[in-house]
Design a binder for this molecule. Structure first.
Ligand SMILES: NC(=O)c1ccc[n+]([C@@H]2O[C@H](COP(=O)([O-])OP(=O)(O)OC[C@H]3O[C@@H](n4cnc5c(N)ncnc54)[C@H](OP(=O)(O)O)[C@@H]3O)[C@@H](O)[C@H]2O)c1
Length: 306
């Protein structure tokens, strides 16, 4: 299949590109600021800014793909607040346009969304549950979902993902990479014992995306996550144990103990039952997710000094 991929240099997009190439698909990929790592092969590389709608229109019509996969985003909630105009363009306007184009080409469209479309009051959210975002990032992801399903109801699948484990090309996007960055700056990280998440490995999510590319029978909003719901604190503990790090690098705290904590959704676990029943790829345990993780390059000096 010929796949038009955005976000190939990101955590999820790079994992998807590797998985899709393993399955023999042809990839036309958009790159922007970050160069493609050597271990990722795209068949065609387009250099451009996805905020430029005329450029996107021309390139998609010219390449005429069978599938569009959108893994580009401003994916950090803080970056959305810092530059709402750019994040609106990437997180809302771009998926809305790609959905229109997919409809026009009768191509499949896979768009990535997030557990942060929910408020976290209940947990174990099903795709049919009422969203209620609590951050600008979450609101943008929800607005995009609505635009995508309106513009390409017969061609689009929106895959909501949880917090992601993995090795990103930049070395700073996944759970352990963010922790290592803070530890190597000398920080003890305070992690909430009452903030539940259901992390997934980016490579596992990528395998799901490849299966969805190859299937004609999926439309609408779907959930995917790992096999183990876990608190932020327990996740930090498990990462420490996996890398054999000192236990005092994380401090166990409650959301109730800080204003910042009280604003964070308590439980963003996702119910993936419907998708899990239909796919070859299955949710992974935390140990399975940790096995491929490497020490981020920028933290290696600190790690070896311990
Ligand atoms: N990371 C998570 O934990 C997580 C959790 C749930 C859902 N998601 C969702 O999964 C998707 C992928 O997230 P991610 O964390 O994998 O993303 P990421 O690592 O932050 O990568 C973002 C990608 O978007 C590209 N991009 C940004 N601005 C661009 C522009 N103006 N023009 C062209 N490309 C641009 C970046 O390329 P450059 O660096 O070259 O700009 C990069 O390849 C997003 O929809 C996100 O909301 C992520």
């Amino acid at each position: 299949m010929h796949i038009f991929l955005t976000g190939i240099t990101g955590l999820t997009g790079s994992a998807f590109a590797r998985a899709a190439k393993r399955r023999g698909h042809t990839i036309t990929a958009v790159v922007h600021r970050t160069p493609i790592p050597d271990d990722i092969a795209a068949d065609q590389i387009l250099e451009g800014d996805l905020r430029n709608q005329n450029w996107v229109l021309q390139e998609v019509l010219d390449k005429f793909p069978q599938v569009l996969v959108n893994a580009a985003a401003v994916s950090s909630p803080a970056a959305c607040v810092a530059d709402p105009e750019t994040s609106q363009a990437l997180n809302v306007d771009l998926p809305a346009q790609l959905a229109q184009l997919a409809h026009h080409l009768s191509a499949r469209f896979l768009h990535l969304s997030s557990d942060t479309v929910f408020d976290g009051e209940r947990g174990n959210y099903a795709p049919t549950d009422e969203p209620g975002p609590t951050t600008l990032y979450g609101w943008q992801k929800l607005e995009a979902e609505k635009a995508v399903m309106k513009n390409a109801p017969d061609f689009a699948t929106v895959l909501r993902l949880p917090l992601l484990n993995g090795n990103s090309p930049a070395g700073d996007r996944s759970v352990h990479e963010k922790l290592f960055a803070r530890w190597s700056r000398g920080e003890t990280v305070r992690l909430h014992e009452d903030e539940l998440r259901q992390p997934c490995l980016a490579d596992n999510a990528a395998e799901v995306l490849v299966e969805l590319c190859e299937r004609e029978d999926f439309h609408g909003i779907r959930h995917w996550a790992g096999a183990e719901p876990v608190s932020r604190w327990e996740l930090g503990q498990r990462i420490i144990k996996h890398f054999n790090l000192p236990e005092n690098l994380v401090e166990r705290v409650s959301r109730r103990d800080s204003a910042e904590g009280q604003n964070r959704p308590a439980d963003l676990t996702l119910n993936c039952t419907s998708l899990k029943a239909k796919l070859r790829t299955q949710p992974q345990s935390l140990d399975e997710q940790f096995a491929p993780l490497i020490i981020p390059h920028a933290a290696r000096k600190w790690y070896h000094s311990l």
